[in-house]
Every structure is written in C-alpha cells, then in structure tokens.
Design a protein around this ligand. Sequence first.
Ligand SMILES: [Zn+2]
Length: 86
Amino acid sequence: MPGVDSLKQCLGCGDRREEIELMRIVNNKGELKIDPGGRLSGRDVYICPQVSCFQAARKDNQLSEELHLEITEELFNQLLEEINHG
Ligand SMILES: [Zn+2]
C-alpha cells in the first residue's frame, strides 16, 4: 500500500511530500541527472520543483555534499531550466 513509505523530504524546504511530487536528482556515475522515474542508481536527493527550493538546497553546498558532486553555476542553471520547462 503506497503511503508513508513513499514520502521523501525536500532538501530545500524540508517538507515531506509524495515522491512523485518531488524532483529526484541523481549523481549517476559522476553526472548530474534528473530522474523523474527513479530508475537511475546513485546518490540522490529530492527537491520540490520550484526555484526557491533549489536555491535553498544549494545554499551552504548542501546539494553538492549530498550528491558528492560539484554543482557548478552551469549545472545549477541547467537544473533551473528543467524546472521551468517541466
Ligand atoms: Zn521544497
């Protein structure tokens, strides 16, 4: 039965939401990927699909540390693009 088990915490605002309501960001073999289907393996984080949460998650290098990946300005902008288009 789906329910509590599928709740994930947003790295940005800390809210717990259904997995499908959040964006899954994965460090897939050293590459930053957005993985809505949850198929890719690797270190992952969940973030609400809104710019404010991404910016909060990026503060203090949280996002980099969680993913063990350097989040450059370019990568971060790519992420923001994905939110805006999705
Ligand atoms: Zn959030």
